[in-house]
Design a protein around this ligand. Structure first.
Ligand code: PEP
Ligand code: MG
Length: 581
């Protein structure tokens, strides 16, 4: 083990953040992330001639990087992505692009800013051409501009090499992690973010040790590209350029980690059933079809939430019905007859989609997002519904609608589904008529109205990540108020209980796919409330299963009664901690 960091001469340094996904990881830092603001602020330009040379060198280097990626993509038969990269390479090599950049350097004296500005101006010109083809190229131009600027700033693209890396960035877009193979990422270090940031959620589905909150006091700037690092995702500790004795001290922890993994692996095929026979289905949340195998390895009994927006992200244009069909079919097939709940795209909030050109909003989490977009954009919604219905032929699928606030929205969704079926029948394409249609209960309005909504839907899945933020008016990603973000807040517990009771009274099932489901003590309460299914990041399944198998439903109901009589969320958390561990 000590061999991996041999030859280090830099001084070791310890940096602390907030550990959100446990596990020890060792590897080389690769700077990643799409938001360049932080890097631009810290960039110190030199004289104009040097800046011009930097820009020219960056253009040449990026063209070469792209050429190598194209070769790799072609060898893996990924023709579509290779074609996109080819278009990007041509833009980088376009003499007009270089001329514009040089002119901007004259004006601004700053190479990365000049590159971004030149690309932006050219992109706007394309957009004004009122031609769909050129409008789409505007997105590519911005992407290319960012790539070149990143090169100058030293922010590397997470290129897929042979060595495992620890991704590190002030902000890392979810698509960056989703687009990389799990085996290539040893860990994630994030400047901003919280446990419910989407980059973190994807990392969690893949059990990648993660530490967040490193923007605090600019700690992240003390970690450089290529640094060797040991990170402890539980304690939030990062040892940069560790000495041999630091590495040795982590050997013991790694040994314990392996023992725990073996203990959990033994639970894989056992059901999550209480000592007196009450069973809860434990399912997995996934971001791409590539996550299913990993989920089943942790003992998932199906997929309770496929965040389909990730099929839309990390690309330049809207995925076609056919693209989506392939992705959903693969996930459903991999589930081998177990339920696969596909949530229709939840774009908006902290998951923007540049090519949809949604105007900037003051309150994105309260804005044009999820089903609100779907209902206004039949060009997006119909192909997605058709793709899911077609994929449903290959197993057991369900459609889940995010961000519902009233019955009218759900009725419109049902009309779209009927229309999708009619079109498919007309086109002679096979589809499943047996796909359940349910909703996320993630707004207080939906939770309050569950006695009515239950008459229309096939199931509820409670999305506590949003339900907590909307009920308590606490932004789910704001570290300054994270102490208020508590799923044990009595207001949240009452909405959750109401939802589960409404489902039971109306003969439908209720599950949960928000992060609360992965908290073992919360799982005990939810089981006592009568929940049928809990869906979570796969690595959390064994811990929740162990807890449910250790208690009787009678005891859990006693605990629930105590909890529902309490007045304060922190008291509830502490009480559960005391009696359940
Ligand atoms: C939720 O809000 O709880 C949820 C599962 O959806 P997302 O985290 O994708 O918003
Ligand atoms: Mg949500």
């Amino acid at each position: 083990m000590q061999g991996i960091f041999q030859g280090e001469s830099k001084m070791a340094e310890i940096i602390r953040g907030k550990g959100v996904i446990s596990g020890i990881a060792m590897g080389k830092i690769m700077l990643a992330g799409q938001n360049l603001d932080g890097y631009l602020v810290n960039y110190e330009p030199e004289d104009k001639e040097t800046e011009k040379k930097k820009a020219q060198d960056a253009l040449t280097a990026v063209a070469e990087i792209l050429r190598e990626s194209i070769e790799k993509l072609k060898s893996k038969d990924m023709k579509e992505q290779a074609a996109i990269m080819e278009a990007h390479r041509m833009m980088v090599q376009d003499p007009m692009m270089a001329d514009n950049i040089m002119a901007k350097i004259e004006e601004l004296g700053n190479a990365p800013k000049a590159v971004l500005k030149a690309a932006e101006e050219q992109a706007v010109m394309f957009e004004q051409m009122e031609d769909e083809y050129f409008a789409a190229r505007a997105v590519d131009l911005r992407d290319v501009g960012k790539r070149v600027a990143k090169y100058i700033l030293g922010v590397k693209e997470p290129e897929i090499g042979d060595e495992k890396v620890i991704l590190c960035g002030r902000e890392i877009e979810p698509s960056v992690i989703a687009g990389m193979e799990t085996e290539k990422i040893a860990g994630v270090l994030l400047g901003s973010g919280s446990t419910t940031a989407h980059a973190v959620i994807i990392a969690k589905a893949r059990a990648i040790p993660t530490i967040v909150g490193l923007n605090k006091e600019d700690r992240i700037d003390r970690i450089a590209d290529g640094d060797h690092v040991i990170m402890d995702g539980e304690r939030g500790e990062i040892v940069v350029n560790p000495a041999p004795e630091d590495i040795a001290s982590y050997d013991e922890k790694i040994k314990k980690q392996k023992e725990l993994a073996a203990h959990y692996a033994a639970l894989k095929d056992l059901p999550a059933v209480t000592t007196d026979g009450v069973k809860v289905d434990l399912m997995a949340n996934i971001g791409t079809h590539m996550d299913v195998d990993n989920a089943l390895n942790y003992g998932a009994e199906g997929v309770g939430l496929f965040r389909s927006e990730f099929v839309f992200m990390g690309r330049q244009d809207i995925p076609t019905e056919e693209d989506q069909f392939k992705a959903y079919k693969e996930a459903i097939e991999k589930c081998k007859g177990k339920l696969c709940v596909i949530r229709t795209m939840d774009i908006g909030g902290d998951k923007p989609l540049p090519y949809l050109n949604i105007p900037e909003e003051e309150n994105p989490f309260l804005g044009y997002r999820a089903v609100r977009i779907s209902l206004q954009r039949r060009d997006l919604f119909l192909p997605q519904l058709k793709a899911i219905l077609r994929a449903g032929v290959y197993g057991k699928a369900a459609i889940m609608i995010p961000m519902i606030i009233n019955v009218a929205e759900f009725k419109k969704v049902k009309e779209f589904i009927e229309e999708a079926k009619l079109e498919l029948a007309h086109e002679g394409k096979a589809y499943s008529d047996d796909v359940q249609v349910g909703i996320m209960v993630e707004t207080p309005a939906a939770a309050i109205m569950t006695p009515v909504l239950a008459k229309y839907v096939d199931f509820f899945s409670i999305g506590t990540n949003d339900l907590v933020q909307y009920t308590l008016a606490v932004d789910r990603g704001n570290a300054n108020i994270s102490y208020l973000y508590n799923h044990f807040n009595p207001a949240v517990l009452r909405l959750v209980q109401r939802t589960i009771s409404s489902a039971r009274e109306n003969g439908i099932w209720a599950g949960m796919c928000g992060e609360m489901a992965s908290d073992p003590n919360a799982a005990v309460l939810l089981m006592a409330m009568g929940i049928s299914e809990l869906s979570m990041s796969a690595p959390s399944i064994p811990r929740v299963k162990e807890k449910i198998r250790s208690i009787s439903s009678v005891k859990a109901k006693e605990i629930l009664a105590d909890v529902m009589a309490m007045e304060d969320g922190d008291d509830i958390r502490n009480y559960l901690q005391k009696i359940l561990g």
